[in-house]
Ligand binder design. Sequence first.
Ligand code: ADE
Length: 420
Amino acid sequence: MNQDHDIANPGLADAGRHRIEWAAQEMPVLALISERFASERPLAGKRLAACLHVTAETANLMRALKAGGADVWLCASNPLSTQDDVAAALVEHYDVPVYAVRGEDNDTYYRHIRAVLDKAPHMTMDDGADLVSTLHRERKDLIPGIIGGTEETTTGVIRLRAMAEQGVLQYPVVAVNDARTKYMFDNRYGTGQSTIDGLIRATNILLAGRTFVVAGYGWCGRGIAMRARGMGSDVVVTEVDPMRALEAVMDGFRVMPMLEAAAIGDIFVTATGDKHVLDRKHFERMKNGAVMANSGHFNVELNVPALREMAVSVTKVRSEVEQFELPDGRKLALLGEGRLINLAAAEGHPASVMDMSFANQALSAEYMVKEAANLERCVYTIPAETDLEIARLKLHAMGVACDDLTTEQQHYLSSWESGT
Ligand code: ADE
């Protein structure tokens, strides 16, 4: 066992191992990659620092990367998403040093990021770009040794593109999020299910018959709205993008400005990637008993400091529910401190969907090593053929076959002469 790590409780290791193995049964695509990695060792000799949610699914990705020959170090990509039993199992049973303790404060969070950077990685693997950002701000000395990185999430990709546009990004990064086998499934079905899961585990409230407001109609918001409707809620969508607002209307949802929605919603979930989507002016209008949660990457979507200022008292009524009493007697509930509810109050996306996301991560790491010499300091998407191959493998693992084009059809699609 590697001695250098920081976890909550090594005694949880056996429980963590069971959950990791349980998740592995739902990750057949990653398993195939892992088998190939074990024989080909494409990551041999590479040091990889990962800043990801420390979950059972992430543990299986760490195992795959190790099978490929990498030395890996893992820290949390959110202070409240770490599964302490998984962290323990990684350290005790899988020889992966982990720096993550569920509920760690901000200083500890960044101390852990610095700890993995101290290993002088050749590659970074991020979920939200805190690793890349800390490295560029504090550890520029490491840049000459870095081949490249990967990024898991929409918010992280937005930050990286901003860095690239400002000319400050110092090494190539693959935007795993932009693979179709990632965002169309993880963001939509993963976030859709796990957000509802977190909401229910935190509160045990009935969703049927409630007005459920979803802020943001990107892939995550679509998934949440779809699943909330499936539970019998009356779903309202708020958006700033007219195209997405139109899409939400045509998908059958009511669309209105948040200021209007604030007055009628029973449940609010933010998934926009932007800050203060729910702010003082919205809290002022909300109904007594309104429940608020965030499903976006960072805890900025709800203006929690303003809510604290407005409250005459705050009571923790369940493990992930704080009730804010306002001067006029209304009580508003905040779930999971405004951090991503699916990981704060539940277990994140199910393994079956993380299978594809993490297949993309593993193959992106391999791509990075192979293509290092040819890549510039910018943000890349995974090759389309790799993306398709992941879809093929997933379908195959699910026992589903699809058709192939006939030669005649292929020819028709590449010709332009024949009309009606
Ligand atoms: N992001 C959302 N769900 C996740 C999971 N189960 N593991 C790692 N990252 C995640």
